[in-house]
Design a protein around this ligand. Sequence first.
Ligand SMILES: [Zn+2]
Length: 254
Amino acid sequence: MLSDSEFLRYSRQLLLEEIGEEGQRRLKRSTALIVGLGGLGSPVSLYLAAAGVGSLILADDDTLHQTNLQRQILFDSADVKKPKAELAAKRLKGLNPSISCRIETQRITQDSLPTLLHDVDLVIDCCDNMATRHVVNAACVSRSLPLISGSAVGFSGQLFVLTPPFAEGCYACLYPDKEEPSRNCRTAGVLGPMVGAIGSLQALEAVKMLAGMPSALSGQLRLFNGKQHAWTSLKLRRDPLCSVCGGQHANHAE
Ligand SMILES: [Zn+2]
């Protein structure tokens, strides 16, 4: 049941027939893991907390740096040098006291991730490095968890959604090479609204999916050119030889 206060707080999304009371109760029962609390994780965590996603796991091993403030809208100038996950939990609880926030301040590894994924309904990858992306992808495939992945560098943004049984493949099909790209936000720069736009769209898909709606993006890769304001849409294709999902899909087909 929703309380009077919840009916009031969420009234604008309760009005949506695709969400309604049932969708709101689903959001309340949901647990989402947000990997990375930077430029993407800021809007993702703010929108999920505001929408009433009942339980958030906030993973970030970094402390706040002055260079983050240009785009990481979760944080204040006075917070520099403090752990981002702790700062985020405080900010999000202030925004919506009824949600619960768990924090993970150690870097996610293949060994640490499975314990974090207990009870998780959906994973939102907002991290800034290839190694973590591959670890998160492999864990989502092996545990059949939906994954919403975003990234942005320069004026280029990228967004995709993977859902079980991963018929269109996984992150490792798209990027089999695990080497870090030389072009990243540190070397090439990025505008705040670029990560804001991609992060907001990750949040949109997360709220829809947790409320019980399908994602129109499932199995697709969307590329955003922020200079031209142009979107390109590509269909993801599973690599039958993919070391992460290739075997898994073959098993399903048998
Ligand atoms: Zn794959």
